[in-house]
Design a protein around this ligand. Structure first.
Ligand SMILES: NC(=O)c1ccc[n+]([C@@H]2O[C@H](COP(=O)([O-])OP(=O)(O)OC[C@H]3O[C@@H](n4cnc5c(N)ncnc54)[C@H](O)[C@@H]3O)[C@@H](O)[C@H]2O)c1
Ligand SMILES: [Zn+2]
Length: 356
């Protein structure tokens, strides 16, 4: 798909009402049926908000799948495709993805492939979804624990962000989403990083920070929707982080949430940035001490290094057998396509594990 086919998603950020969502539905032409995709938690905590709002105005069919990264699979897609098909979804049907990054990743992929593509909108309900996953058109599923190996870039018609949904999100998942907000500051906006480092962030104070994080992501995606260049900076922390996440995907209590794996990846990639990208030592230690302080050290002792490297080999940024990283040259600035040796990946992996 060439970039001239890029359709920018409308992003609505609301704090007080659902009115702009109502406008969207009222002005949508040729809408035949509305399907709302949830997992068990977003069905419980978020669907009733939409149902009350839809009451007497629109009919919808809800589709529920089991949540969690271990269900970001083709089996979940098949279940949704079947339910759409049995309920008579046609080309003018709309899929509303109501949930965190798992739901918007899977739902976006299902909508992009059902009948060769139906319209979909994202209503992110986790901080991870609002700050990152629901924006940017990347959707997909994992294959054999390899993150996002199957998927497409296809943009939702609209993204509706409402802080109301954060009220029922638990603290672990709130912190998980905060990781990507810190990442957005580190790669593109020193002011955001400083702001994040100086105030305590919670559900009440996140408002303007979240809006800034969304703006950063959206600007980068709009500049390079199909990841030919600058969009790769959004992958800072993810080359290592995704491999860690894959290694621990089925490890029960040791399983890391996406953001928890990514923050460990961000710390290791900050150390790589010193050697490969000219990041100054004082900035490097400012970053790593802040990230350790806020997000803690993750337990990686179950990870076998060779297994970890085998997942690193699947990273989509790699070309010609080299590990390609996006690394920081300063706080607020990131470069991409930087080839890093296996030996140096091992050095930072061991350094992380040795850190107390
Ligand atoms: N497509 C992208 O650009 C992109 C970017 C970042 C992350 N991701 C993907 O996103 C996924 C992680 O997203 P996530 O952290 O949102 O995971 P998630 O979808 O599993 O949501 C986190 C948990 O919170 C629950 N939840 C969500 N909203 C809630 C609410 N309002 N109240 C109560 N509970 C709620 C969910 O049921 C789930 O248990 C990963 O697979 C990651 O790879 C994709
Ligand atoms: Zn991420």
């Amino acid at each position: 798909m060439s970039s001239n086919q890029f359709k920018e998603s409308k992003i609505l950020i609301e704090d007080n009402s659902l009115d702009s969502l109502l406008d969207y539905f009222l002005t949508k032409n040729n809408l035949s049926k509305i399907f709302i995709l949830t997992d068990e938690n977003t069905k419980k905590y978020c669907l009733s908000i939409l149902a009350n709002f839809f009451y007497n105005k629109f009919d919808f069919t809800s589709i529920e799948i089991a949540g969690g990264e271990q269900n970001k699979t083709i089996e979940s897609c098949i279940a949704i495709w079947n339910q759409l098909s049995h309920a008579g979804a046609d080309k003018n049907s709309l899929l509303v993805n109501l949930g965190g990054g798992i739901i918007t990743d899977i739902g976006g992929f299902v909508a992009s492939t059902y009948l060769r593509g139906i319209n979909f909108i994202n209503i992110p309900t986790s901080l991870m979804g609002m700050a990152d996953a629901a924006i940017g058109g990347k959707n997909g599923i994992d294959l054999n624990a390899i993150k996002n190996q199957i998927g497409s870039i296809n943009f939702p018609d609209m993204i509706f962000i409402h802080s109301l949904f954060l009220k029922t999100l638990n603290d672990r998942h709130f912190k998980n989403g905060l990781v990507e907000v810190f990442k957005h500051g580190l790669i593109a906006d020193k002011k955001l990083w400083l702001n994040l480092s100086s105030v305590e962030i919670n559900r009440d104070s996140i408002g303007t920070i979240l809006t800034k994080a969304i703006e950063i992501k959206n600007n980068i995606v709009t500049e390079d929707p199909y990841e030919k260049g600058i969009r790769k900076i959004l992958n800072f922390g993810h080359t290592i982080g995704h491999a860690l996440e894959s290694c621990l995907l089925n490890s029960g209590e040791y399983q890391l949430l996406h953001g928890e794996a990514i923050v460990a990846g961000m710390i290791m990639e900050t150390w790589l940035s010193e050697k490969y990208c000219g990041l100054k030592l004082d900035e490097s230690s400012e970053i790593t001490s802040k990230l350790f302080e806020i997000f803690g050290k993750k337990k990686l002792s179950l990870i076998n290094f060779d297994n970890f490297i085998s997942y690193l080999n699947y990273d989509k940024k790699n070309q010609h057998q080299q590990f390609n990283f996006s690394l920081l040259n300063a706080i607020g600035s990131c470069k991409w396509n930087i080839a890093v040796s296996l030996e140096d990946v091992k050095v930072v992996f061991n350094r992380y594990n040795a850190t107390i």
